[in-house]
Design a protein around this ligand. Structure first.
Ligand code: SAH
Length: 266
């Protein structure tokens, strides 16, 4: 039976009418599910964390090849379904993924077709959870563009630089709206993250404060956006000594350049 049909029947049977607030949009294309599974490339001796398993279609496909999946689902309405759909190597945790501590489990890898409204806080959380070395996540295409943009691009921003600092990122594939039910307005893009092993030792709080400041007013120069927070001369020297023109805008700096400026300000 087609997945879309199965999901429509399950929605009826368990009165699980898709919630917009919880970003519920279920993947119903079998080839896309296989594509995601292959991108995760599960191995039989590893445990994987999943965010937002929903009706477990991606979960089951990955579980066939993995030691175990720990899946975190916030919507309590799924509980009766999970009782019926028990699976030996899938452990469901009924909690908000933004509130649980991932490091309580012996996991290094994470995946999910996640709700769009938690994309940003979730990626920040993953970055800060040092035991997670790899993630394969499906985002709204527009958000994926922001993650993958380069300096000077209109989509380039603080989330790009934040994720650049922690991960090597790879665009994998874009899936059209009709691969999901209910059908969203926009396409979704699968992105892989691998934690960098060459993370530089910098004052991260200072670095990200500078990055945030730099993007708070896009049309202003880096110097003008930061001068309220730093001494003018020190700031000027920090920019010049980083090898940058004083009139450069924040949106044109690479991660490396932001790091150089922030080291000069430390
Ligand atoms: N992975 C499934 C479901 C995707 S819809 C599929 O591809 O078909 C997104 C899922 O995330 C839903 O099941 C929703 O209930 C769940 N969810 C939403 N917010 C969450 C949160 N904060 N923590 C964990 N799960 C969440």
């Amino acid at each position: 039976m087609e997945i879309s049909k199965q999901i429509r029947l399950l929605i009826k049977k368990y009165s699980l009418y898709p919630s917009k607030r919880l970003g519920q949009s279920f993947l119903i294309d079998r080839s896309a599910i296989f594509y995601i599974r292959d991108a995760i490339n599960p191995v039989s001796d590893r445990i994987y964390l999943e965010i937002g398993p929903g009706f477990l279609f991606i979960t089951n496909s990955v579980a066939e090849r993995a030691k175990k999946i720990i899946a975190i689902e916030k919507d309590k309405r799924f509980e009766p379904y999970y009782e019926d759909a028990r699976h030996e190597n899938i452990e469901i945790v009924m909690q908000d993924a933004l509130k649980v501590d991932f490091s309580q489990w012996d996991v290094e890898e994470l995946f999910g077709n996640i709700p769009f409204n938690i994309s940003s806080p979730l990626i920040v959380k993953i970055a800060k959870t040092k035991i997670i070395n790899r993630a394969v996540l499906l985002f709204q295409k527009e958000f994926a563009k922001r993650l993958l943009a380069g300096p000077g691009n209109k989509d380039y921003g603080s989330i790009t630089i934040f994720t650049d600092f922690f991960f090597k990122k790879q665009f994998l594939k874009t899936f059209p709206p009709h691969f999901f039910y209910p059908m969203p307005l926009v396409s979704s893009t699968l992105v892989a993250f691998v934690r960098r092993t060459d993370i530089q030792s910098v004052d991260e709080d200072l670095l990200f404060r500078i990055v945030k400041g730099a993007f708070s007013k896009r049309r202003k120069t880096l110097f003008n956006t930061l001068k309220k927070d730093f001494d003018g001369d020190i700031l000027k020297n920090a920019i010049i000594d980083a090898g940058l023109p004083i009139e450069i805008r924040g949106e044109n700096l690479s991660l490396e350049e932001f790091i150089r400026v922030s080291k000069n300000l430390y």
